[in-house]
Design a protein around this ligand. Structure first.
Ligand code: GDP
Ligand code: MG
Length: 688
């Protein structure tokens, strides 16, 4: 009997994530165990090419490279797959750092917040800009832990391409699946990097298979490993049929040789590579008609004659079309395979121009940017990271914030180099900029050059929308799809050391919330206490830690509680009658309704009416019914938590003349509670 309802945390969508959370936990614990004292920044940065000698002309060319040479790239993966280590190697080989950072020593560039260095995990993504072989790469190191899914989401939407890093001994792990789906949602072309090929148990074949099986992606093997585990010494470039060997005596991996595979010296490897290349050609030809025509025409007799560039161009097309993903391998820790990965980023991933952003034509070259991250800097105030989609940003420029409907002025413009920021005179479309001076802009806001420019864009959108599909709101279509902010999962009270410090705590929380919209702060109406609501234990712990470090406030947290939601598992139908006489007035209403689960997650109940009910239902009665449904869903019968992911179908309704709307609401509400409590309950317990 008690089998029809279940209690769960927040929503259907979250359930897999929460399972992921459980799985991550042991890894998290081991990360947390790596707590080390804070290591002060002691790194050397080589100067930005072009800044040398203050040559403004070359500076300009460095700052605003041609858009075809820009790559906005994210690195995404499960925690501990090696994102931070890979990023460190990338920065080193591109010449921006002079020494190799090590996550285990806590001196990496991108994990610059004190907690990140101490824990050896990436919490807050940082944008890093560097150049590689004439390309400008803006790279975002995204956090891998589920508590920071919002950070990942926020970054993914401003990227044009991504590198998915895998632990080659583990293949596709839980969080990779989540991030992969997020990347699918934002249609981001990807490259896979099978890291940790040096680790005992590393298996190229297994990892490739898990990409195929779990991610349902088509892997294009552009490389084969030379050895695995301890024997790993380099990679084979399948496209060019070359062998890349790293000098075993080089301690930074800068030194490697690229040699063509020859029949004389490597007959076996050459045979294996030729087979892999032929398979790759066939695979790409299956996915790309233009390439298929070429292969079947000129080169059908001998694939060996097909030039590498032609194959690369076709691989690029299928990567951009997201019909397949190039796969490379290496070991970031042992400094092998990172340079070819960088080459692949420039060769196969798209430039900003190659992404199809439907809103771009509406702006006709005027400024359109998205604020995707806000950081609070003690000295400089809020720093806003922006992705520029069209137009240009300069210091002293007034900008219009469409979400906030306000105009503000940018005081300074910076290029983000992790914790180093370089002041620049202007930045054009395709780039990622860091602005100083914007006090009201928050994460997820869309920026235009002026209100009139935004209105003109809205008009163009309207005309175009008329041709295609209509959307509701003119202003809404201008807002670049907002970052979906998940509902908090955990909450706990937070108290300042004394009442006098409450304003300081309120200020700190306000700043932290602007940076991180997944943090919610509420006031408990009964106790008057401040309540922190976050995405997980670690999330709340980090906030607590940051309040202490960055705002000098020692605060006390109450016990951590889970924000449960309740839902129904099977449809239940019930009838209820309310018959009450108040004074000389009789209120009589009978309702028959059904509460049932819905397929797609919905916080609000979905309301349906049977044809006979909706036919001549007065507006006031409909409102009364819906009020009754909503109020019944505020408190579920299990724990009094909100009920969600349910639909309510009203099958029949008989209202005696003179019955008040309040009585209709009360009857509907009672009937829903009846449906729910009848078949309670089976619930999924939350386990750590
Ligand atoms: P992230 O959580 O994805 O940022 O991963 P990290 O870069 O912090 O690395 C997690 C752990 O894996 C650290 O102990 C690294 O030293 C280790 N690691 C990273 N890359 C490699 C690799 O290529 N081989 C091996 N054996 N270990 C690696
Ligand atoms: Mg990391």
């Amino acid at each position: 009997m008690l089998s029809n309802l279940r209690k769960f945390v927040v929503s259907h969508k979250k359930i897999p994530i929460l399972h992921v959370n459980n799985m991550c936990c042991s890894k998290m614990r081991s990360s947390l165990q790596r707590l080390k004292p804070h290591v002060p920044l002691g790194r050397n940065y080589s100067s930005l090419p072009g800044l040398i000698g203050n040559d403004i002309k070359s500076l300009h060319s460095v700052i605003n490279p041609p858009i075809t040479k820009i790559r906005n790239i994210g690195i995404m993966a499960h925690i501990d797959a090696g994102k931070t280590t890979t990023t460190e190697r990338i920065l080193y080989y591109s010449g921006y750092t002079r020494s190799l950072g090590d996550v285990d020593d806590g001196d990496t560039v991108t994990d610059f917040m004190a907690q990140e260095r101490e824990r050896g995990i990436t919490i807050q993504s940082a944008a890093v800009t560097f150049d590689w072989k004439g390309y400008r790469v803006n790279l975002i190191d995204t956090p891998g832990h589920v508590d920071f899914t919002l950070e990942v989401e926020r970054c993914l939407r401003v990227l044009d391409g991504a590198v998915a890093v895998f632990d080659a001994s583990a293949g596709v792990e839980a969080q990779t699946l989540t991030v992969w789906r997020q990347a699918d949602k934002h249609k981001i072309p990807r490259i896979c990097f099978l890291n940790k090929m040096d680790k005992t148990g590393a298996s190229f074949k297994y990892a490739v298979e898990s990409i195929r099986e779990k991610l349902k992606a088509k892997p294009l093997l552009l490389q084969l490993p030379l050895g695995e585990g301890k024997a790993f010494k380099g990679v084979v470039d399948v496209v060019n049929k070359e062998k890349l060997l790293w000098n075993p005596n080089s301690d930074d991996g800068k030194d490697f040789v690229r040699n063509p595979l020859l029949e004389m010296s490597d007959p076996e490897l050459l045979k294996e590579t030729t087979e892999a290349r032929n398979a790759l050609i066939e695979q790409v030809a299956d996915l790309d008609d233009e390439f298929a025509d070429l292969v079947l025409g000129e080169f059908s007799e001998n694939f060996d004659l097909l030039p590498a560039e032609k194959l690369q161009t076709a691989i690029r097309r299928v990567t951009l079309a997201q019909t397949a993903v190039p796969v490379l391998c290496g070991s970031a820790l042992k400094n092998k395979g990172v340079q070819p990965l960088l080459d692949a980023v420039t060769v196969y991933l798209p430039s900003p121009e190659e992404r199809n952003y439907e809103f771009l034509p509406w702006y006709k070259g005027d400024l359109c940017a998205l604020a995707f991250k806000v950081l609070h800097d003690k000295q400089r105030g809020p720093l806003v990271f922006m992705r520029i989609y069209s137009g240009m940003i300069k210091p002293q420029l007034a900008i219009y914030n469409i979400n906030g409907n306000c105009t503000e002025r940018i005081s300074r413009l910076l290029l983000p180099f992790a914790d180093q920021h370089i002041e620049i005179p202007s930045l054009t479309a395709g780039n990622i900029a860091l602005t100083v001076g914007l006090k009201h802009t928050a994460t997820g806001d869309t920026i235009a050059s002026s209100k009139s420019s935004a209105l003109a864009a809205a008009r163009r959108a309207e005309t175009e929308g008329g041709k295609k599909h209509r959307r509701n709101n003119e202003a809404e279509r201008l807002l670049l799809a907002g970052v979906e902010i998940p509902e908090p999962v955990f909450f706990c009270t937070i108290e300042p050391p004394s009442v006098a410090k409450q304003p300081d705590l309120d200020y700190a929380l306000k700043c932290l919330q602007r940076e991180d919209p997944s943090l919610k702060v509420k006031l408990d109406a009964d106790s008057g206490q401040t309540v922190l609501c976050g995405m997980g234990e670690l999330h709340i712990e980090i906030i607590h830690d940051r309040i202490k470090r960055e705002y000098g406030l020692e605060t006390y947290l109450g016990p951590l509680q889970v924000a449960y939601r309740e839902t129904i598992l099977n449809a239940v139908r019930a009838t209820d009658t309310l018959d009450r006489t108040l004074g000389d007035k009789r209120h009589l209403v009978t309702v028959e309704l059904e509460v049932k689960p819905v397929e797609t997650a919905s916080v609000m109940p979905v309301i349906e009416y049977a044809g006979s009910v909706s036919e001549d239902l007065p507006m006031a009665s409909q409102e009364a019914i819906e009020n009754g449904i909503h109020s019944a869903c505020l408190q579920g019968p299990l724990l009094g938590s909100p009920v969600q992911d349910v639909a309510v179908a009203v099958h029949s309704l008989i209202i005696h003349p003179g019955t008040s709307t309040t009585m209709i609401s009360a009857c509907v509400s009672r009937c829903i509670q009846k449906c729910c409590s009848w078949n309670f309950l089976y619930y999924v317990e939350w386990k750590w």
